[in-house]
Design a protein around this ligand. Structure first.
Ligand code: NDP
Length: 310
């Protein structure tokens, strides 16, 4: 069985940054990219809030740059999906593509999270062309324009407020007659003059040929349909951390975010570290994911050093 010093699972900003740092510390990291090499950023268009790119950069291009930098530092980047883990003894074991097992002295989990989507065909077709799951990433492109947002949790409330500062009007589509968001966030939303809430409303269709031009909603009590002209449509109905294969092995919160010891990337299993969105439901930014990827590599290096494995 192949044995590696440092196995990194996942290829978003957290995974690649961990690979850059681990390579430079001579941990000879092996990184498995997973099902979507580059992660969530490969589904966005322009990224303008990542420091170091004064002119902005396309999300997919940025991930190619991250990968190139990791390769230049000596990381072994491989296509493949971690399908099972056995962290019951040292070295830890990870199964790849349901066919081979790898032994690892340290493991960095950077499998990210996936935005939940409504599941409409038009939502998929117009993704990146007016449809987005991240207001902080893409809101800027709609400044001075009308947008809609679907969802009623803290994320939707926070994103609606964020958009209200950039956009002329924010149309907030809530499927029940109440919001799940915390009271304070609800109050802020309801007291913001340019946010209009549509209660008991389902999104029927996002309208637009090449870019979004309107959204059609239906009141699920009265059946009344309304078409709202908008340029942007934001989906904020929650995220799902990609942590299924670690269930029952690593400590997680009730939704599946991996728990780490505060101020570190350490999980409850020695030698296993978690970085990026799989352990962060609050910030979820490329730059915060990259920062925690760096932390994970440093934590892994210290762990291996203390164990006399490096
Ligand atoms: P939540 O799961 O809390 O909320 C999801 C929202 O989306 C709910 O209002 C839900 O409606 C709605 N929804 C789900 N599916 C659909 C659908 N198909 N159509 C329409 N609406 C839908 O996710 P969040 O991302 O908002 O929050 C996740 C966690 O992170 C929470 O614990 C939250 O408190 C926390 N958080 C904290 C923040 C902070 O403290 N600053 C900021 C952001 C998040 P319904 O209510 O009807 O189920």
């Amino acid at each position: 069985m192949e044995r590696v010093h440092c196995l990194i699972i996942g290829s978003g900003p957290a995974g690649y940054t961990a690979a850059i740092y681990a390579s430079r510390a001579n941990l000879k990291p092996v990184l498995y990219q997973g099902i979507q090499p580059g992660g969530q950023l490969t589904t966005t268009t322009e990224v303008e809030n990542y420091p170091g790119y004064p002119e902005g950069v396309q999300g997919p291009q940025m991930m190619v740059d991250f990968e190139k930098q990791a390769v230049r530092m000596g990381a072994d980047i491989r296509y493949g999906l971690a399908t099972k883990v056995d962290f019951s003894s040292h070295p830890h074991k990870v199964e790849i593509d349901e066919e081979k097992w790898i032994e690892a002295d340290s493991v960095i989990i950077a499998t990210g999270a996936s935005a939940k989507w409504l599941g409409l065909e038009s939502e998929k077709r117009l993704n990146g062309f007016g449809v987005s799951a991240c207001a902080v990433c893409d809101g800027f492109f709609f400044r001075g324009k009308e947008v809609a947002i679907v969802g009623a949790g803290d994320t939707a409330a926070e994103e609606a407020l964020y958009l209200s500062k950039l956009c002329t009007n924010v149309h907030m589509i809530v499927r029940r007659n109440e919001m799940r968001a915390s009271k304070v966030m609800q109050d802020r939303v309801l007291n913001t003059p340019n946010i209009k809430v549509y209660w008991n409303a389902d999104t029927e269709e996002i309208i637009g040929d090449k870019t979004v031009t309107a959204v059609r909603i239906k009141n699920n009590q009265t059946g009344e349909k309304t078409e709202i002209p908008v340029h942007g449509f934001f989906v904020a109905i929650g995220h799902q951390p990609n942590s299924d294969i670690f269930k029952g092995v690593l400590e997680m919160d009730e939704v599946g975010y991996i728990k780490t010891i505060s101020g570190t990337t350490k999980t409850n299993v020695e030698g296993v570290f978690a970085a990026g969105d799989v352990q962060d439901k609050n910030y979820r930014q490329a730059v915060t994911a990259a920062g925690s990827g760096c932390m994970a590599a440093l934590d892994a290096e210290r762990y291996l050093g203390a164990k006399g494995l490096h």
